[in-house]
Design a protein around this ligand. Structure first.
Ligand SMILES: C[S@@+](CC[C@H](N)C(=O)[O-])C[C@H]1O[C@@H](n2cnc3c(N)ncnc32)[C@H](O)[C@@H]1O
Length: 370
């Protein structure tokens, strides 16, 4: 029997399946150019191993996977997935180009495949991915059993790893370490505990310019936990190297659509703790700037990023015309008001700490609302 907290954590971990199924759907529809060749390897790992995760049986795992992956995604969801993936990928890539030798720390990286693409395309980047122990094991098994993934992280072996029971899954070491890539299993809420932080900072190089990425992760934690996690990184890098945060999250805007989002999630046993406290860009700016003491904070919403709003006010879309034209041809999306409404409820935040005269200069090329 799972405790209420374990049940809640199981639901939070399962949000990764939604993210993966959305990426898989967008990929199949041709949104990603070039196509993402890593997504299927993660799906294979979930198909084989979800049944061994806590709270699942063979039957409930196949039911979950069927319902998540068989569901047809609306064009507007595919478009949103594409936009989020493309914008975050490009922004982080331009960070890596500007800072040359650098490090990306992905909080709650789940089955995201952008890390593999950064490793493939950017020679001097180190990537550290952190997630719950079970989620990290799914990714580790995907890497160990996939020649494609093993190759991209720079560690090939001829032996595949066979997991055939809850027990063998549980006894698998969750960590994976290669020269430029590290997978670490931990609960971010415990980041201040000495054993957790010692283990984490063994893999993190605090002398490198670093970007901490959180894509739909911190929203599942309370504002106090958000602050504690951000402060933990800020303190670790203080006077040692440039540090910044890139955060992508839903926000409630305190409107009817936000209330519907909250209700849908709470029906699935999920609480978005930041929804009440950080409902919009202004409150998020205050939180990052005043409470987390980060001096340079930029924020915008995805409707502005995509060019659905803000053009008259002088905001330029972040996606170029040729790409917009290309994705417009993939699927007919005529519910423009619905797209605006949905995209307005997702925010993007870049926040950097002072370190000498270091600054992510390419940031100025993007149009931010705040
Ligand atoms: C919606 S998924 C997003 C996954 C990935 N960032 C993406 O965008 O595709 C949320 C992820 O955050 C992870 N997560 C949430 N709370 C966490 C915590 N307290 N510690 C570690 N990981 C956590 C979940 O396990 C899950 O993989």
């Amino acid at each position: 029997m799972l405790s209420p907290r374990q049940r809640q954590d199981k639901n939070v971990r399962a949000t990764d399946l939604d993210a993966l199924s959305c990426r898989s759907s967008a990929n199949r529809k041709g949104y990603f150019n070039p196509p993402d060749v890593y997504i299927d390897e993660l799906i294979i790992s979930y198909n084989k191993h979800l049944q061994f995760c806590s709270g699942y049986t063979n039957l409930s795992a196949s039911r979950t996977l069927r319902s998540v992956f068989n569901e047809q995604k609306f064009p507007l969801i595919n478009r949103g997935t594409y936009l989020r993936t493309k914008v975050l990928y490009d922004l982080v890539s331009s960070f890596c180009k500007e800072f040359a030798a650098c490090q990306i720390i992905s909080l709650g990286g789940g089955s995201d495949t952008k890390s593999f693409q950064w490793l493939e395309n950017i020679e001097s980047v180190r990537v550290i991915e952190i997630d719950f122990v079970e989620s990290v094991k799914i990714k580790k098994l995907a890497i160990l059993n996939s020649p494609k993934l093993s190759k991209v992280v720079g560690q090939t072996s001829d032996e595949s790893v066979i997991i055939s029971s809850h027990q063998s899954f549980e006894s698998l070491d969750p960590e994976f370490h290669a020269d430029r890539y590290h997978l670490i299993g931990c609960d971010l809420r415990e980041i201040k505990e000495k054993s957790v932080s010692d283990n984490l900072y063994k893999c993190i190089d605090t002398s490198l310019p670093t970007l901490v990425l959180s894509e739909c992760v911190l929203c599942y934690l309370s504002p106090e936990e958000n602050k504690m996690i951000l402060n933990n990184f800020s303190e670790a890098f203080l006077n040692k190297a440039y540090l910044s945060f890139l955060i992508y999250e839903p926000m409630s805007l305190n409107d009817t659509f936000g209330t519907t989002m909250t209700n849908n999630l709470s029906n699935r046993g999920l609480n978005l703790y930041t929804f009440d406290h950080l409902p919009d860009l202004t409150s998020r700016y205050k939180f990052m700037h005043d409470e987390c003491c980060i001096p340079n904070v930029k924020l915008t919403d995805m409707s502005t990023v995509a060019g659905y709003e803000g053009i008259k006010e002088g905001f330029k879309p972040w996606i170029d015309d040729a790409d917009l034209l290309r994705i417009n041809k993939l699927e007919l999306v005529d519910e423009i008001e619905e797209i605006k409404l949905l995209f307005r409820h997702y925010c993007l935040c870049y926040a950097e700490l002072p370190y000498g005269d270091k600054h992510f200069r390419s940031l100025e090329a993007y149009h931010w609302r705040i």
